[in-house]
Design a binder for this molecule. Structure first.
Ligand SMILES: *[C@@H]1O[C@H](CO)[C@@H](O)[C@H](O)[C@H]1NC(C)=O
Ligand SMILES: *[C@@H]1O[C@H](CO)[C@@H](O)[C@H](O)[C@H]1NC(C)=O
Ligand SMILES: *[C@@H]1O[C@H](CO)[C@@H](O)[C@H](O)[C@H]1NC(C)=O
Ligand SMILES: *[C@@H]1O[C@H](CO)[C@@H](O)[C@H](O)[C@H]1NC(C)=O
Ligand SMILES: *[C@@H]1O[C@H](CO)[C@@H](O)[C@H](O)[C@H]1NC(C)=O
Ligand SMILES: *[C@@H]1O[C@H](CO)[C@@H](O)[C@H](O)[C@H]1NC(C)=O
Ligand SMILES: *[C@@H]1O[C@H](CO)[C@@H](O)[C@H](O)[C@H]1NC(C)=O
Ligand SMILES: *[C@@H]1O[C@H](CO)[C@@H](O)[C@H](O)[C@H]1NC(C)=O
Ligand SMILES: *[C@@H]1O[C@H](CO)[C@@H](O)[C@H](O)[C@H]1NC(C)=O
Ligand SMILES: *[C@@H]1O[C@H](CO)[C@@H](O)[C@H](O)[C@H]1NC(C)=O
Ligand SMILES: *[C@@H]1O[C@H](CO)[C@@H](O)[C@H](O)[C@H]1NC(C)=O
Ligand SMILES: *[C@@H]1O[C@H](CO)[C@@H](O)[C@H](O)[C@H]1NC(C)=O
Length: 830
């Protein structure tokens, strides 16, 4: 064992990141004194002083500072996520920094935890004793977790250079180590032995184990979802499986690869980017195995190791959810399924009538053509048979919930797979996968008439009884309906109050509740065309409350619109949580997006670091997907009509979501100070607004403006510029004709050279969206395909973006002359 005096050495410069405290922190290995040692989870432990980017915090007990003394370092201690009410005893990679000039630290990364399913509170205790090793108790004294040291005598505790938490004996040999009990993460140098598992967490901030796991078996590495039997969604075979016959063989996470036993190419399971500084891989809540590295002071995802289609992950759309276009979730068609939460499509669908084994005669299989299942990679679960027999064998066995069938060319037989539990389904595109497949989902028919006994005597009696009760029920129901109607009319006459809570609708709040939630509308987040937005809290959730102005009076119209908006769910659309329709107040309650709106980020400013290219690309793609969903996937097409950076919101990870969709219908047109029939924001309006032939292509145009602004880092209409540069589109027209487009790109975009091709491609896409003739603009679906690089930008674009036509005084109304923005957009700069 190497003797490392340096492991005790720590530079004073490392201290500022970890605040001073009375109790000395332990650095490196720590020999145990005879008396037991106890640490209390309280601020008396060394906490991070500076806030981390995500509000998480750590209290360190044992720290292994790296040789340089600066940068990411392993430590064991208590970790919490914001708002820091519950803690895990964990090993994490914290950040030791000289502290100079750093305002926020990248979040500490937990690589192992003792009590992931049983977090502890403030004042929980951790005890280190020679006879029992480590014991974690909650603040009420209850035992949460302890190490098994098998009667050996513990002499000390160590956090090694690789991040292994070790209990050792008097001879420095290991008694217990965290590497033997991996949670969901592997670090460089860590081994995974046969049968060991990484269990994913249920979500990024709740470490409770989900049903997804990764395990090493004799013939390879598998990703599975727990079920009876478990279903495979990922497999990576091991070419030399002679090695793996040895039960004590393992795989090891090495610099640049995961390999079996020895680091030679034929034993690689994965090859990966080499470590820049500190790497770890984590089986994440969504089933992806992602590799992270600490690069340029932040954690970066450097690889998604499984390399399978996003739709081929078992929980991507929840149970029975159908995944298409990599991320859109929907429920199987027909009346047998409903969304678990209509606000979040990715939570899956449930059977309206659960399958009952006592009523097997009412089982039926519904057909989903062109549907595949992630489990198709598991050839052992499939057998060759014809379609009819495949379906029959599922119907005969009650624990079978679905049959999946893969056709062999045009023959009638194929591969049949029966499943006892149905996770996410996947829309198959035969032109891509080159096979035909369909799914048959078992459903329970509701018996009509309800099943009564086969004995004829019982039948007539129960039939009569049923007739009687049914008749009675109809009468009673009728009375109730009349009563409710009367009640409602009475109430409506009194005080225009309507329905309280429609099923499947966002939560209804009273004005008072929102007044309390926003502390009487104290913190203003922003102001938009439709009203003012305030920050608030509803329970633990942060919310954004929008007070609408100039709303049409009808409460019924409002409720109808809210219902429409509330039924639209997509990860790139801001989620509507609730609403308020109390007297004359109309408010909408949205999820809170902590990074605010895009406009604060894309125009040059001293306050914020400019976004890097990959973030910008991610944002552009997200906006495109959100719009594509509104245009193509919603039950009724939704035009946004006011796409602009102020309406694009960013969450803590810079995932972009579109807000204010569906609102254009709500605003009172007569009162808005724009031309009749015209909405939206100057600078983002498509030219055809003048002619009032409005299609979804106006959103495509506004999207084009937004992309251009993201790439160029300035507003389309920027009055701080010299007059000839005032209008960015006009400038782009000139540059495009002179082939000098690169001049326009935001200078603060580092590595322009490196991404030049990608950036120019995005600018061309923007120009395609900005075509004067709306029929020449692409659909949002095409835009998404271009961004996903499955399609190319139309090569012959018209570079005349701005036509200098005289001011139109439209017959339908007068231009508001006090608004110079509007005038200049309509006519172009003169
Ligand atoms: C933790 O213990 C301290 C000292 O006994 C006490 O003042 C504090 O209120 C406790 N905190 C909690 C959350 O129980
Ligand atoms: C530990 O020691 C106790 C008493 O000394 C004994 O009863 C127990 O069986 C031992 N356990 C193991 C795992 O050796
Ligand atoms: C503690 O870890 C360091 C770094 O890995 C190692 O050099 C040292 O030998 C370990 N000490 C013991 C007692 O295991
Ligand atoms: C430590 O090593 C010595 C000499 O090798 C041996 O006699 C002793 O039993 C060991 N102690 C433990 C606790 O393993
Ligand atoms: C155990 O390791 C520490 C430092 O890591 C060293 O000082 C000590 O001598 C070692 N003890 C034995 C018995 O090897
Ligand atoms: C993973 O979860 C399974 C089932 O809950 C459990 O038996 C197993 O011990 C867990 N494995 C790890 C490494 O946590
Ligand atoms: C984590 O998820 C589990 C299971 O859904 C739940 O019981 C628990 O309350 C959650 N914990 C937190 C802190 O949200
Ligand atoms: C199995 O692997 C272990 C550890 O790699 C090794 O010590 C042992 O010799 C191997 N046994 C056989 C039969 O190959
Ligand atoms: C990984 O290997 C590369 C290339 O050999 C080397 O530059 C890098 O420092 C290594 N990283 C670590 C963490 O050892
Ligand atoms: C599925 O495909 C079959 C054969 O092509 C066709 O007969 C059937 O109508 C289709 N079912 C649905 C629900 O589209
Ligand atoms: C499938 O169809 C092709 C032509 O369409 C034919 O040549 C081939 O024999 C058919 N195969 C089977 C198994 O029927
Ligand atoms: C019924 O299906 C389940 C799950 O598909 C399977 O495990 C079981 O063996 C089947 N039973 C029979 C009798 O086929």
């Amino acid at each position: 064992m190497p003797q490392m005096a340096s492991s005790f050495v720590f530079l004073l410069a490392t201290i500022p990141a970890w605040s001073f405290s009375a109790k000395p922190i332990l650095f490196g290995d720590y020999p145990l004194a005879t008396a037991p040692t106890t640490w209390t989870n309280s601020p008396s432990l060394r906490e991070t002083t500076s806030p981390t980017e995500d509000g998480s915090n750590v209290r360190s007990i044992v720290l292994r500072s790296n040789p340089g003394g600066i940068g990411p370092s392993f430590a064991a201690g208590f970790h919490c996520f914001s708002p820091c009410k519950i803690y895990l005893f964990s090993v994490f990679i914290g950040n030791v920094n000289s502290g100079a000039g750093i305002l926020r630290f990248p979040p500490p990364q937990v690589i192992w935890s003792a009590n992931r399913a049983h977090p502890v509170s403030e004042n929980a205790t951790l005890e280190l004793a020679s006879h029992s090793g480590l014991t974690l108790r909650d603040n009420d004294g209850s035992l949460v977790w302890s190490t098994d040291v098998a009667n050996r005598s513990v002499a000390g505790i160590n956090v090694t250079e690789t991040g292994n938490l070790v209990l050792f004996d008097i001879n420095n040999s290991t008694i217990w180590q965290s590497f033997d009990h991996p949670t969901d993460t592997l670090v460089l140098g860590q081994k995974l032995a046969q049968g060991m598992r990484l269990n994913a967490s249920i979500n990024p901030t709740n470490w409770t184990e989900s049903r997804l796991y990764l395990t090493l078996l004799a013939d390879g590495l598998y990703g599975l979802v727990y079920s009876n039997p478990p279903q495979i969604y990922f497999q990576q075979g091991i070419s030399d499986n002679n090695i793996m016959r040895n039960k004590s063989a393992y795989i090891e996470f090495m610099n640049g690869s995961i390999a079996v036993a020895s680091n030679s190419p034929e034993n690689y399971i994965f090859t990966m980017p080499e470590a820049v500084s500190v790497q770890f891989m984590r089986l994440e809540w969504d089933g992806h195995l992602r590799l992270y590295d600490f690069i340029q002071s932040s954690w970066k995802e450097v690889a998604d190791l499984m390399n399978i289609d996003n739709c081929a992950y078992p929980t991507v759309c929840g149970d029975y959810g159908i995944c298409s276009y990599k991320q859109y979730c929907s429920c199987p068609p027909g009346n047998y399924f409903m969304a678990v939460d209509s606000r979040q499509g990715n939570l899956g669908c449930k059977l309206l009538t659960p399958i009952s084994c006592t009523e097997k005669n009412n089982h039926e299989l519904i057909t989903l053509n062109n549907t595949i299942y992630f489990n198709y990679i598991d050839y052992r679960s499939m057998f060759t048979i014809d379609l009819e027999s495949c379906k029959q064998s599922c119907l005969r066995n009650c624990s079978c919930k679905a049959a999946f069938f893969l056709y062999y060319g045009n023959s009638s037989s194929g591969q049949c797979s029966l499943q006892s539990e149905v996770f996410s389904l996947e829309n198959n595109q035969p032109e891509m996968t080159h096979y035909n497949a369909s799914a048959y989902l078992k459903v329970q028919l509701t018996p009509s008439p309800p099943p009564y006994n086969s004995s004829s005597k019982g039948k007539t009696w129960s039939g009569a009884f049923l007739g009687f009760t049914l008749g009675g029920a109809v009468v009673v129901l009728g009375i109730i309906v009349l009563f409710v109607m009367w009640l409602r009319r009475g109430r409506e006459e009194q005080e225009e109050d309507g329905i309280d809570q429609l099923p499947g609708m966002p939560t209804r709040f009273t004005f008072k509740e929102l007044q309390v939630a926003t502390e009487n509308f104290a913190r203003k987040l922003g102001e938009g065309g439709f009203g003012t937005v305030f920050e608030g809290h509803s329970g633990d959730e942060r919310i954004a409350v929008k007070r609408l102005e100039n709303i049409r009076h009808g409460k019924k119209d409002f409720l109808a619109e809210v219902e429409t908006i509330g039924s639209i769910h997509h990860i790139n659309l801001v989620r509507l949580i609730g609403f308020c329709a109390d007297k004359m107040n109309r408010m909408l309650v949205y999820e809170y997006m902590c990074n605010g709106s895009l406009d604060k980020w894309i125009y040059c400013s001293e306050e914020r670091d400019p976004l890097n290219w990959s973030t910008r690309y991610k944002i552009i793609t997200a906006i495109a997907k959100g719009l594509c969903y509104l245009h193509e996937e919603c039950r009724q097409k939704v035009l946004h009509l006011d796409i602009k950076p102020a309406n694009i919101l960013l969450d803590e990870k810079f995932n972009a979501k579109i807000s204010d969709f569906g609102l254009s219908k709500l605003i009172d047109r007569d009162k808005s100070r724009v031309m009749v029939g015209m909405q939206g924001t100057p600078g983002y309006l498509a030219p055809e607004w003048q002619t009032s032939i409005i299609t979804e292509k106006v959103d495509v145009y506004s999207f084009g403006v937004v992309v251009m602004e993201i790439l160029c880092g300035r507003r389309n209409l920027d009055y701080s510029q010299k007059e000839e540069n005032l209008h960015l589109i006009k400038l782009m027209e000139e540059k495009a004709k002179r082939n000098q487009l690169l001049d326009l790109i935001d200078k603060s975009l580092a590595d322009i050279k490196f991404y030049e091709e990608e950036i120019m491609n995005a600018l061309k896409l923007a120009m395609w969206c900005l075509q004067w003739d709306c029929t020449r603009r692409p659909s949002m679906l095409t835009v998404v395909k271009v961004l996903e690089r499955v399609m190319e930008v139309e090569p012959s674009l018209d570079y005349n973006f701005v036509y200098s036509i005289p001011m139109v005084t439209n017959s339908v109304g007068q231009v508001d002359q006090s608004d110079p923005l509007l005038a200049s957009v309509l006519s172009g700069p003169r």
